[in-house]
Design a protein around this ligand. Structure first.
Ligand code: DOR
Ligand code: ZN
Length: 348
């Protein structure tokens, strides 16, 4: 019998960038159309560093939600050299779900990031005691380290010592891109998990660089070679609950990506579940999509599973070339103008 559709528990996006201001009116409806909840990254300008700032940001996100749509933004705070134990306690009491570690200079709006983890020891001890996860952008930033090696070296130099020092600290190694990260997460002590983006499951660095530079495939951590992509899809489709969905959908206006110094980030919120279904189907693992998308992330964060289901149709449609964005600018989704083999049909 030919497969016409699949129904799965409504998924959660455990890593997304929504930005702020008018941009919310474009991107919040996209994420909320498919996902029941999303872990909102705090790399705004200025960064979201206190429970009060997170509460105000959450209110602005909810104001951009279309009428009648059920969606819960899960808030995170930006760890800095100055995050205090009091900040961590206040965050926990306010229902913040984690602190995001951006090594200073690693990516978009990371200037206020951590310069040395030693400066954060008091905050990390409280997070460990409270069970409040640390969400990690896992790349070293040393100028002498090749950009394609920055994740693997981060694991050895930063992550392994960090976990030895705080063995009970819950850690999410975000948007993993390498075989080394997949192997580390699968084999190390309990308390670690990892998000994987759809673009890292579907593409290797050839997509970005062969035949010309394609800036809409540029993100951080950068796409790697094919053997790494294969390790990522094997991990995602393994049914191991340490691997779950996080799109890292990151909106940047078209002219800031198609630029001599283009911004990092792929916009996938519009068609996220279609992309993940395509990746899982390629390895004949559609039966593993629900655990990855809708179960394992919730379990890691101690959240109930979503009550509703969504339907994905095996049906072709074509992505728009661009979306209208703030101030008359455009936003180009990944795969703009291309045909997709799966179509999100809605919440059942
Ligand atoms: O590609 C990326 N874009 N990687 C990140 O870590 C940040 C994100 C953004 O905020 O644009
Ligand atoms: Zn991100």
């Amino acid at each position: 019998m030919t497969l016409t559709h699949i129904d799965i528990i409504q998924p959660d996006d455990m890593h997304v960038h929504l930005r702020d201001g008018d941009a919310l009116n474009t991107v919040v409806p996209h994420t909320a159309r498919q996902f029941a909840r999303a872990m909102i990254m705090p790399n705004l300008k200025p960064p979201v560093t206190s429970a009060d700032m997170a509460a105000a940001y959450q209110t602005r996100i909810m104001a951009a939600l279309p009428e009648g749509v059920n969606f819960t933004p899960l808030m995170t705070l930006y760890l800095t050299d100055r995050t205090s134990p009091e900040d961590v306690n206040a965050a926990f009491n306010a229902g913040v779900k984690g602190f995001k570690l951006y090594p200073a200079g690693a990516t978009t709006n990371s200037d206020a990031g951590v310069t040395s983890l030693g400066r954060c020891s008091a905050a990390l001890e409280v997070m460990e005691a409270l069970g409040l996860p640390l969400l990690v952008h896992g790349e070293v930033t040393d100028v002498d380290i090749d950009i394609f090696d920055r994740e693997a070296i981060f694991i050895d130099r930063i992550l392994i010592p960090l976990r030895a020092r705080y063995p009970k600290l819950k850690v999410v190694l975000e948007h993993i891109t390498t075989r080394q990260a997949a192997e580390y997460v699968a084999t190390s002590e309990d308390g670690i998990a990892s998000t994987i983006t759809a673009h890292h499951l579907l593409y290797n660095r050839n997509a970005m660089l062969v035949g010309g530079i394609r800036p809409h495939y540029f993100c951080l951590p950068i796409l790697k070679r094919e053997s790494h992509r294969e390790a990522l899809i094997a991990a995602a489709a393994s049914g191991n609950p340490r691997f779950f969905l996080g799109t890292d959908s990151a909106p940047h206006a078209q002219h800031t990506k198609e630029n001599a110094c283009g911004c990092a980030g792929c916009y996938t919120a519009l068609h996220a579940m279609e992309l993940y279904a395509t990746a899982f189907e390629q390895v004949d693992a559609l039966d593993k999509l629900e655990g990855f998308s809708s179960v394992f992330g919730a379990q890691f964060y101690g959240l109930p599973l979503n009550a509703r289901k969504i339907r994905l149709l095996k049906e072709e449609w074509t992505l728009p070339d661009a979306l209208s964005f703030v101030d008359g600018q455009s936003l180009v989704p990944l795969n703009a103008g291309e045909a997709m083999g799966w179509k999100f049909a809605g919440i059942l």
